[in-house]
Design a protein around this ligand. Structure first.
Ligand SMILES: O=C(O)CCC(=O)C(=O)O
Ligand SMILES: [Fe+2]
Length: 360
């Protein structure tokens, strides 16, 4: 027992220094592997924080390097604002697969023809509900407004590698626990470690690698833990993330529901346009509330019959990319908050630095 107490910090120190050496030689992925292994066999807050630091340093070093598919993805010329063709698109449907049938081919086909793919039961219900409790815990830690740690879990700690102002997502003091709250996943080194272990079990790195023709990166700013309060009758803004993510990118977003939400449920869902349009639409016009949102008049014009508010169960996921037009779907008589995790993956060679790439 004594021996264990004295040798543990040594093991950790060793892993940290080995990872540092590897990183200094540019072997970022191996460096991350070393720390990940150490963290998985013995989770500590210090290792979790060191991993987040390393992932951001590595993401910054690797973004823009390497080479993707010689052939571009089916997604056309990249995000620039297109002329809106007057004729509306054909009505279409939102394709879905069971988790066991998730494949690169299924993603490719669904996105090129319908702009999105629903994956039923990607994560088992119990696991999704455990993640939901984890989100609550992290949000409570953040609302305490100071770093929050236990020996084995860095619940909330902002990495010195994160650039820019803190995410503005603080709930007002005294706001009820059901209030909306969003935070950057990397602000919880514990959640970061647990989610990446899940992504690996789901074999997402392999799927993304095959899809992009190169490794993928996450990012500080577009990997978000989110709790959306019921806001009965509210209208969220229609948007395409390609409007602001950066130029010349290749992306996939894994939006993972941790609640029963959408359709006839008690919690806000997602409203999504399912069609094959691969262009960035003009924003700030046709009755839009913001300069980055697509006006409802234009949505009606381009997608009169292809808007869906699917019903999600905890563990169901929606996969789409930066061309997809969507918004939060508020109901008119809902009573529960909705929990979800939004994870935008970028092809490494085209990952935008301004989103602060994260190696995984
Ligand atoms: O979770 C939501 O309601 C919005 C998510 C979103 O816009 C996205 O994942 O890009
Ligand atoms: Fe979005």
């Amino acid at each position: 027992m004594m021996e264990q107490i004295f040798t543990e910090p040594d093991t950790i120190r060793q892993a940290l220094s080995q990872a540092r050496d590897l990183a200094d030689r540019g072997q970022w992925r191996t460096a991350v592997d070393v720390l990940e292994l150490a963290e998985q066999s013995r989770p500590t807050a210090a290792l979790q924080r060191a991993l987040v630091d390393l992932r951001i340093q590595g993401g910054r070093a690797l973004a823009g390097s390497g080479q993707g598919l010689a052939e571009p993805l089916f997604n056309g010329p990249g995000p620039r604002i297109a002329m809106v063709s007057p004729q509306a698109d054909q009505a279409t449907d939102l394709p879905e697969v069971a988790a066991a049938d998730l494949s690169v081919a299924a993603v490719r086909e669904a996105l090129s023809e319908h702009g999105a793919l629903l994956v039923r039961g990607l994560v088992k219900r119990e696991r999704a509900l455990t993640l939901r409790r984890l989100l609550d815990r992290v949000m409570a830690a953040r609302e305490a407004r100071e770093p929050c740690e236990e020996p084995a879990s860095a619940w909330y700690a902002r990495s010195p590698e994160v650039r820019g102002a803190p995410a503005r997502f603080f709930a007002a003091p005294g706001e009820p626990v059901s209030a909306s709250s969003s935070l950057w996943t990397v602000d919880s080194p514990h959640a970061t470690a647990r989610l990446l272990a899940l992504y690996r079990q789901l074999r997402l790195p392999e799927l993304l690698n095959a899809y992009f023709g190169e490794p993928a990166l996450l990012s500080v700013k577009k990997w978000v833990l989110r709790r959306v309060a019921p806001d009965n009758g509210a209208e969220a803004g229609w948007h395409q993330d390609g409007r602001f993510l950066g130029e010349g990118i290749a992306t996939l977003n894994l939006w993972l529901s941790l609640s029963d939400c959408g359709a006839d449920t008690e919690a806000p869902g997602m409203e999504i346009v399912a069609n094959g349009r691969r262009e960035i639409l003009p924003t700030g016009s046709h009755g839009a509330d913001f300069d980055w949102t697509v006006g409802p008049g234009l949505v009606e014009q381009v997608a009169p019959d292809s808007r869906f508010v699917p019903r999600f169960a905890p563990g169901d996921a929606l996969i789409f990319d930066h061309f997809n037009l969507h918004r939060t779907a508020f109901g008119v008589a809902q009573s529960l908050p909705r929990y979800a995790i939004e994870a935008w993956f970028f092809a490494q060679s085209r990952a935008p630095l301004k989103q602060q790439p994260v190696l995984f």
